[in-house]
Ligand binder design. Sequence first.
Ligand SMILES: C[S@@+](CC[C@H](N)C(=O)[O-])C[C@H]1O[C@@H](n2cnc3c(N)ncnc32)[C@H](O)[C@@H]1O
Length: 445
Amino acid sequence: MNKQKKTVREAALDVLIAIDQHQSYSNLLLNQVIKKYQITGPDTGLLTEIVYGTIQRKMTLDYYLQPFIKKKLEQWVHILLRLSLYQMIYLDKVPDRAIIFEAVEIAKKRGHRGIVGLVNGILRSVQREGLRSLDAITDPVEKLSIETSHPLWLVRRWIDQYGFEKAKAMCEENLLAPVQTVRINETKTNREEVCSMLEVEGFSVEVSPIISESIRILKGNAANSDLYKKGYYSIQDESSMAVAYALEIAPNMAVLDACAAPGGKTGHIAELLKGTGKVTSLDLHPHKIKLIKENASRLGLNNIDALVMDSRHSGDSFQSESFDRILVDAPCSGLGVLRRKPDIKYSKTDEDIQSLREVQLRILDATASLLKKGGLLVYSTCTVDLEENFGTAAAFLELHEDFESHALTLPTALSHFIKEGSNTIQIFPQDFGGDGFFISCFRKK
Ligand SMILES: C[S@@+](CC[C@H](N)C(=O)[O-])C[C@H]1O[C@@H](n2cnc3c(N)ncnc32)[C@H](O)[C@@H]1O
């Protein structure tokens, strides 16, 4: 990305091109661009909306654009048309003529006259002729795929795993922006205090009906408050907060967090230990360990030891039966967090899921010997994929006769989502607006 000053839509185009080239994830690229071009105030919101919206609706937008495209387009031109059409359809406040004008200006800067005419022509034709109906797609599965912009293989997989209605509800929910939630650092403050302080700062908030130490942010961005810098809370999804509950943390415990960066759950566990015990947090790369350390220091937590380590080899570095609790919040396909990282839905494949299953099982297998007898091992993911979740959990139990599945301890509001007889929970994004998450717990005999 070059250094000249950029308008919001030019910046959006840069981010979308980089995402299309798989340079990085949408959230990371967006943050980089916001910093680099010093985009502030309402412009940040508009940029985020255009980038996320255009990715979220990519397949639907392409369906609408297709009749107007007569020859193969350069990638950036196609993306410019997508992001312009996204605004024309989904952003009521911006008039079409302003959107088309800006698209043409961008085309002038980046392309030759032919391209300027093409962009102008296509967008004006869309404006004049309107969009074709989705009802032209007769197959209900294909229609769901295009209408909610989820690849066909993924929609088919979810229908196979959960049935049409559940798959449809999930696809539709994935198009909505998630509500930001924060976890209060109860070693420093409490929920009532933080609610009042945020309201004084102009935020609109409500207490979470799911997690007792959580607040939902209805207006404002909690990352921008000084309270965040002071370590009064962490920004974390409610489903993610449920994981630490399953560990049944008690004072003085030694806890291993085997896949810990950026440290969301490590922080929660350390808070629940109330300054006692120790969380040993592992992750693969030094820059990730740095994030855990920064988080611990922001939260004022001294009972965290963060180490660069491949958990698959953790047996070489710790004595067996060293920990009271182990969390494997495993690398996964991330299909439960598509509202936050919509680009994942186009990049993941079913082969990825197979290789992730192997890694998940290897990490569980390697850490199992480090748990004390009677201790708990929690396996969690932020995906909704049956194979990565129930599949991996079942494969672990099959391999380890010295473990048994253990009833989940979770906040009461979540108890009716626990799958009967299986001691596991699969949270779907449509359940209460939290991320899609899986949690299971095993006890070492
Ligand atoms: C789902 S994220 C963890 C999120 C974290 N528990 C939290 O709450 O903030 C999975 C993490 O596992 C790490 N990871 C992947 N393979 C690993 C391995 N073999 N050993 C240690 N960490 C691994 C990834 O780098 C990634 O940071």
